[in-house]
Design a binder for this molecule. Structure first.
Ligand SMILES: C[S@@+](CC[C@H](N)C(=O)[O-])C[C@H]1O[C@@H](n2cnc3c(N)ncnc32)[C@H](O)[C@@H]1O
Length: 226
């Protein structure tokens, strides 16, 4: 595809995904383009592929999130996937959780500049105070934060029973599930399911692992059963 053809394809996808909010999505891409590398949020090679590899790829997971859901984006970093989700789905009630002060500053600036109604919390997902503050979420999202076993241990306690952990995982999804399913179960999750989001608009859809938080943790066997 020619450069112009690629730009048109991105523009068409952006309009479909962000609808009336596409100007805000452009504003976010511009902020990342101008400051992302210098502030250590993205690698230099990412600057030319912000839309398809980061922003659209993040926003399309909205198709798996119910109307009006309370969402916690764990390890938001540059704001992915939380900021594109907040732009494309203003019905969602979104918390961005991030432990690093300079990334929290960045997220706060982005929220102000784009006039986004999101809450930014500094902390780690596994901290008791964080669980008390942002727990009982309908959906927890995470992208490039940790291997599935660790992610499940950190994130599932933040999800209400019956709610979802939605981990953006790419090509490693099936392998991580195979390796980590016992740890997921121990952390209170159901059977992980791999799904693709954005097939109708993206050349390369986003691969996500969906894990439902079960009503109660399975009982642990102590000693031998008679
Ligand atoms: C590789 S970055 C990914 C950032 C963003 N999600 C993205 O896709 O660009 C991982 C982020 O997770 C954050 N993080 C690491 N451990 C965490 C934890 N225990 N709880 C919450 N966030 C964590 C880091 O500070 C960092 O910003």
């Amino acid at each position: 595809m020619s450069l112009d053809g690629a730009a048109v394809a991105v523009r068409t996808a952006a309009t479909k995904v962000f609808g009336d909010h596409v100007d805000k999505a452009e504003g976010y891409v511009e902020l990342l383009r101008e400051h992302g590398v210098e502030r250590g949020l993205i690698g230099p090679r990412e600057v030319d592929r912000l839309w398809e590899r980061h922003v659209l790829n993040s926003a399309v997971i909205g198709e798996r999130i119910p109307e009006g859901a309370r969402v916690v984006d764990v390890g938001s970093g540059a704001g992915l996937p939380g900021v594109p989700l907040a732009i494309s789905r203003p019905d969602l009630d979104i918390v961005l959780l991030e432990p690093m002060a300079r990334r929290v500053d960045w997220l706060t600036e982005v929220a102000e500049k784009l006039d986004l109604s999101i809450i930014i919390v500094r902390g780690r997902a596994e901290e008791r105070e964080v669980r008390e503050q942002v727990g009982d979420a309908d959906v927890v999202t995470a992208r490039a934060v940790a291997p599935l076993a660790r992610l499940a241990g950190w994130c599932l306690p933040l999800v209400r029973p019956g709610g979802l952990l939605l981990a953006l995982k790419g090509a490693s999804a099936a392998e991580e599930i195979e390796r980590d399913q016992l740890a997921v179960r121990r952390a209170g999750g159901g059977s992980p399911v791999v799904a693709e989001c954005g097939s109708a608009v993206l050349e390369v859809p986003t691969t996500v692992v969906l894990i439902e938080r079960l009503a109660a943790k399975p009982a642990r066997h102590r000693g031998r059963q008679k």
